[in-house]
Design a protein around this ligand. Structure first.
Ligand code: ZN
Ligand code: ZN
Ligand code: ZN
Length: 338
């Protein structure tokens, strides 16, 4: 059984131990478990969106070997000076389409909007569990190959601790707010729009830009133009998912022109209703944090890590990346720079 351990030197939680397969997963190792007709190969659906004929168009179920499980208690305890706890939480898979082999960008806008609403609903639902401090939503897209199912899907992790990256972002957002009484992201967005050199696309509602300190080549962020700390709260407003869908799609299409392998993550506020939150940390989150989507293409052969200390080397500065990405026509064939 896996457990969470706190590395006291970096204050980073690590999940360690065996990852047992659920008894209701029946993978035959040949068929795609995400395809229609193979539903019995996955745990039962937690949530399904259906079309008029009653057929599912997107579905959510527990990962077949979940890293976090809903049953039990966190039972945080000491082992001498060390800290450990049970990995209570959730680990879910969102299958984004019935059609095998299609990427998110090949789906109609309405379907992408459905998927975004499903993301929103899973985050809202899991945040009702006061044991969970955060809900992560991410997607690793790889070109179809024998090693990957090639069926578009994302993952949801509901965790009893904050992911390290979120903790860092929240810390510096809070620090900026404490000094200036302004949101760090809103300030950055204003400067990006004034300078314009790193902006790739914009509408009245959303802006896409390459962040000043991009960690990897062609990193692209999608940010709401108006302040909002919560992806799930924002997407509850009428028309927001429908507005985000085509914008996100065209951003992903630009990035896909450069690499078919993409990592996407949604950064949103932590669960403000979680049990025993560290009060001061969470007090100003609705004012000081700003949700965003980070997209990072996997550029083969371009190393982004220097050593193992987490130092990033990015050979393509954000301004150059933005020039290339803005010149790409979403939806057309790849035109990679040399
Ligand atoms: Zn499939
Ligand atoms: Zn803001
Ligand atoms: Zn972020």
């Amino acid at each position: 059984m896996a457990e969470l351990r706190l590395d006291p030197f970096t204050r980073r939680w690590v999940i360690t131990g065996k990852r047992p397969v659920l008894p209701d997963a029946h993978d035959d190792g040949v068929s795609c478990p995400f395809c229609p007709g193979n539903e019995r190969m996955t745990p039962p659906a937690i949530r399904e969106s259906r079309d008029e004929s009653g057929a599912w168009i997107a579905r959510v179920f527990h990962d077949r070997a979940p890293l976090f499980r809903i049953e039990g208690e966190a039972n945080r305890r000491a082992e001498g000076m060390f800290d450990r706890m049970n990995p209570i939480g959730a680990h879910e898979i969102v299958v984004e389409t019935r059609e095998h082999g299609k990427t998110l960008t090949q789906l109609p806008d309405a379907q992408i909007s459905h998927v975004l609403e499903l993301f929103r609903d899973r985050i809202l639902d899991l945040k009702q569990d006061r044991r969970l401090r955060y809900v992560s939503l991410f997607k690793d897209q790889h070109p179809p190959s024998p090693a990957f199912t090639g069926h578009a899907h994302s993952q949801v992790l509901g965790t009893p601790v904050l992911p390290h990256m979120l903790e860092i972002e929240l810390r510096w957002s809070r620090e900026h707010f404490r000094k200036h009484e302004r949101c760090l992201h809103c300030d950055a967005l204003e400067q990006e729009l004034t300078q314009g050199t790193r902006v790739v696309d914009r509408t009245d509602e959303f802006v896409a830009f390459c962040p000043y300190g991009s960690r990897s080549p062609y990193e692209l962020w999608v940010v709401p133009a108006r302040h909002s700390s919560s992806f799930e709260g924002d997407l509850e407003l009428p028309g927001r998912a429908a507005a985000l869908a085509p914008f996100l799609k065209s951003c992903l299409q630009r990035v896909e022109c450069l690499s078919p392998s993409i990592h996407l993550v949604i950064h949103t506020e932590p669960n403000l209703h979680a049990w025993k939150p560290a009060e001061d940390w969470w007090k100003f989150v609705p004012e000081d944090y700003h949700w965003h989507i980070e997209i990072q293409p996997d550029m083969e052969g371009r190393r982004s890590f220097l050593g193992t200390e987490g130092f990033h080397f990015n050979p393509i500065p954000a301004e150059q990346a933005a020039l290339v990405l803005s010149a790409l026509d979403p939806g057309t064939e790849p035109k990679p720079e040399t």
